[in-house]
Design a protein around this ligand. Structure first.
Ligand SMILES: NC(=O)c1ccc[n+]([C@@H]2O[C@H](COP(=O)([O-])OP(=O)(O)OC[C@H]3O[C@@H](n4cnc5c(N)ncnc54)[C@H](OP(=O)(O)O)[C@@H]3O)[C@@H](O)[C@H]2O)c1
Length: 282
């Protein structure tokens, strides 16, 4: 199966493309989506404790018959789990839910709470082998503080990213650490306005692809890791079928014109503090 990889700043190779499982209910829905994806050749799943479906991901991995080292699992700690000592306990619980003895990439899901204490524990988990790579998600205002305390620099940063908001400033900021950008809401959470932009329709006709495939191919050529969510078997198949064509420089330049600073999620740091009052169930 054709697939591309990104080399992280610790030398590990991560499949660039995967399946995101945000909002997929745990149990049969998550298991079926992951199994469908594995059968087609997907080798990367993006979950989080907050999604409450790590058990389904672990179960799918077990049922797939794939070897552990054939699949890349990313998951995320919620702020209620941040703090020295506390985070190591949370990691052990994650390993139990995922039925595995290591996590490929562990992210801090949000930039609020005791993220420095959490990062210290994550660094310890890397040393003990329970976690291979560590990174961030949704860090902006507190990014510099985290970086100044980090002995291990983030391997990845996962943020909202799509043609309306390509995150070029953040990528430039993180280049000195070799941090890979991971795109969430890669197709605008399914926003028809983004998907039906005339440039995507034009390029879809040119390459014999769908508009969504053009957008996903744009992420790949931007060098981002991308893991669109789907429970629809046709979409799961369509989304992965993007490795047999290449957008030209002119096409990429045309798509770049869509950059308008539009974000779907705009909560400021003060609003994000509400995350501190929620605790996902074990
Ligand atoms: N770190 C964070 O804070 C954060 C936040 C949001 C998301 N994420 C991660 O990023 C992943 C992707 O984001 P997302 O799920 O919110 O949004 P998305 O992948 O941009 O969009 C998902 C939506 O698009 C639809 N879709 C998928 N493939 C399609 C296709 N080929 N044609 C038409 N519609 C299609 C899906 O419906 P169907 O299921 O019907 O196909 C779903 O409604 C998440 O699953 C999660 O892993 C992380």
């Amino acid at each position: 199966m054709i697939q591309t990889y990104l080399t992280l700043n610790n030398g590990l190779k991560m499949p660039q493309f995967g399946l995101g499982v945000f909002l997929i209910p745990d149990g049969k829905d998550t298991i079926n989506a992951c199994l469908n994806a594995f059968k087609l050749g997907y080798r990367h799943i993006d979950t989080a404790h907050a999604y409450q479906n790590e058990r389904g991901v672990g179960e799918a991995l077990k049922q797939s018959g794939l070897k552990r080292d054939e699949v890349w699992i990313t998951t995320k700690l919620w702020p209620s789990e941040y703090g020295e000592g506390k985070t190591l306990e949370a990691i052990d619980k994650m390993l139990e839910r995922l039925q595995t003895d290591y996590i490929d990439l562990l992210l801090l899901h949000q930039q609020v709470g005791d993220y420095i204490g959490a990062w210290k524990d994550m660094e310890k988990a890397v040393k003990s082998g329970k976690v291979k790579s560590i990174g961030l998600s949704n860090f902006k205002e507190n990014l510099e503080d985290l970086l100044s305390h980090a002995t291990i620099k983030p391997a990845a940063i996962q943020v909202e990213c799509h043609p309306y908001f390509p995150q070029h400033e953040l990528k430039a900021r993180m280049a000195e650490f070799g941090t890979v950008l991971e795109s969430w809401y890669p197709i605008g959470h399914g926003d028809p306005q983004l998907i039906n932009e005339p440039i995507f329709t034009k390029l879809a006709e040119k390459y014999g692809k769908t508009n969504v495939q053009i957008i996903l191919r744009w992420h790949i050529q931007e060098g981002n890791s991308v893991f669109p969510k789907s429970t629809n078997p046709t979409h799961i198949q369509e989304n992965f079928d993007i490795f047999d064509f290449e957008l030209s420089k002119e096409d990429m330049d045309e798509i770049a014109k869509l950059d308008c600073g539009k974000r779907y999620y705009t909560a400021d740091l003060e609003e994000q503090k509400r995350f501190l009052s929620w605790k996902p169930a074990d």
